[in-house]
Design a protein around this ligand. Structure first.
Ligand SMILES: NC(=O)c1ccc[n+]([C@@H]2O[C@H](COP(=O)([O-])OP(=O)(O)OC[C@H]3O[C@@H](n4cnc5c(N)ncnc54)[C@H](OP(=O)(O)O)[C@@H]3O)[C@@H](O)[C@H]2O)c1
Length: 356
């Protein structure tokens, strides 16, 4: 099978099927393996002569980050494959130019693991399931036996800053002791440890990336404001925090790319921006941006997102400011969007009028 390096367009709606900026921990039962055929092999060879042999990426969980990363890599001449979980997503991915095959992460089928084995790089983007753990690692021995003599040389697990727990508003770097408070964060930490161990046993350079709240085109405070829906209870609880780490999806992708070219086995990296601002501030800024660009369309007022509408009881939950010093120092990352203002402005600047 030839695997693609074609340019794929991702409409904002495809990049933004999840309205919240936080970890969902969903638990679907089936998923699909995705690949796409590259029609223009000569271009790939010209741009990257070794790519057929050395640059094959498998993205386990072609969700918001996965799709964005896949698009960037394919545009750079990489062969990219991935997985997703539902028929709806299968169709969307097909519409983007990908072929899709059935794949169940909880019971990985040997054929799919064999396909994975032909890849040199793997990003694991599937969240753990509370009460079960990481769905792939449930089949750890099978995974190990299938991947033992394969081509994989770089593996990255996308984790969450939730593993730090509540740090009383302190700045936390990767050496800060982890102390996950809820079951989801505990499963996340166990998944980190499981993937590090698997990678070590297989002799694959394995890195962990702890992500802040992810936003980007199609999934941001601007999109939430435009939808004009009241915040959910969980969004309201999160909005009451003084500090919320977040990161634009483009900056996640640049950190992953930097790690590919500078692998560091066992290393953990936080990927967040410079400004852990409260969500109330972010929503208020997003409301102003939307109202300035398309005046008169918003029915709800900006005060909906003000601090007064949230109970102070919740405000101490999960408080921490997450440091990104390591990705800057060790991976040479220079953030495209060091704060939410830059990220949201770029999102709205590229948006068509949603009120038409
Ligand atoms: N959202 C945030 O703010 C945030 C913050 C920190 C960390 N994270 C974590 O970072 C990773 C990437 O985030 P994201 O926002 O790109 O996630 P996402 O959009 O929810 O994508 C997750 C992917 O995993 C697949 N998946 C979920 N459960 C699966 C299962 N049991 N078996 C097989 N595949 C499964 C999903 O399939 P479908 O495409 O079919 O749904 C999807 O492709 C995730 O692990 C997420 O939990 C997220």
């Amino acid at each position: 099978m030839e695997i693609c390096a074609m340019s794929v367009q991702f409409p904002a709606s495809d990049l933004g099927h999840i309205p919240t900026c936080f970890d969902r921990g969903s638990s679907p039962t089936t998923s699909f393996f995705v690949s796409c055929s590259r029609p223009d092999k000569s271009r790939q060879e010209t741009e990257n002569p070794k790519s057929e042999f050395s640059n094959r990426m498998f993205i386990m969980g072609m969700g918001f980050v996965g799709k964005f990363f896949a698009r960037e890599l394919t545009n750079q001449g990489w062969a990219v494959s991935g997985s997703c979980t539902s028929l709806v997503n299968k169709k969307k991915l097909k519409d983007m130019g990908f072929d899709v095959s059935l794949f169940n992460a909880k019971e990985p089928e040997p054929e799919v693991l064999d396909i994975l084995n032909k890849h040199t790089h793997l990003v694991v983007s599937i969240p753990p399931i509370v009460g079960i753990g990481d769905p792939m690692l449930q089949q750890e021995e099978l995974l190990k036996s299938r991947l033992m003599d394969g081509n994989l040389k770089w593996l990255s697990y996308l984790s969450s800053t939730s593993v730090y727990g509540n740090c009383g508003g302190m700045w936390v770097d990767e050496d800060y002791p982890v102390s996950p408070t809820d079951e989801k964060a505990k499963s996340r930490l166990a998944a980190e440890e499981g993937w590090l161990k698997l990678g070590h046993d297989l002799g694959i350079s394995t890195q962990i990336f702890r992500l802040g709240g992810i936003y980007g085109p199609g999934r941001s405070a601007v999109d939430t404001v435009i939808k004009q829906k009241p915040l959910s209870e969980i969004q309201r609880m999160r909005a009451s925090r003084h500090y919320t780490s977040r990161v634009h999806v483009a900056d996640i992708c640049q950190a992953l790319r930097a790690s590919i070219y500078k692998p560091s086995p066992g290393k953990i990296y936080n990927i967040v921006d410079d400004d852990p601002a409260p969500r109330t501030e972010v929503f208020s800024f997003a409301w102003d941006l939307v109202n300035q660009k398309w005046p008169g369309h918003l029915k709800q007022t900006n005060s909906l997102y003000g601090t007064e509408s949230f109970s102070m009881e919740e405000s101490s939950r999960g408080e921490k400011r997450v440091s990104n010093a390591r990705i800057k120092k060790e991976l040479g990352v220079r953030l495209h969007h060091p704060n939410y203002k830059s990220g949201l402005k770029s999102i709205i600047d590229h948006m068509d009028n949603p009120f038409l």
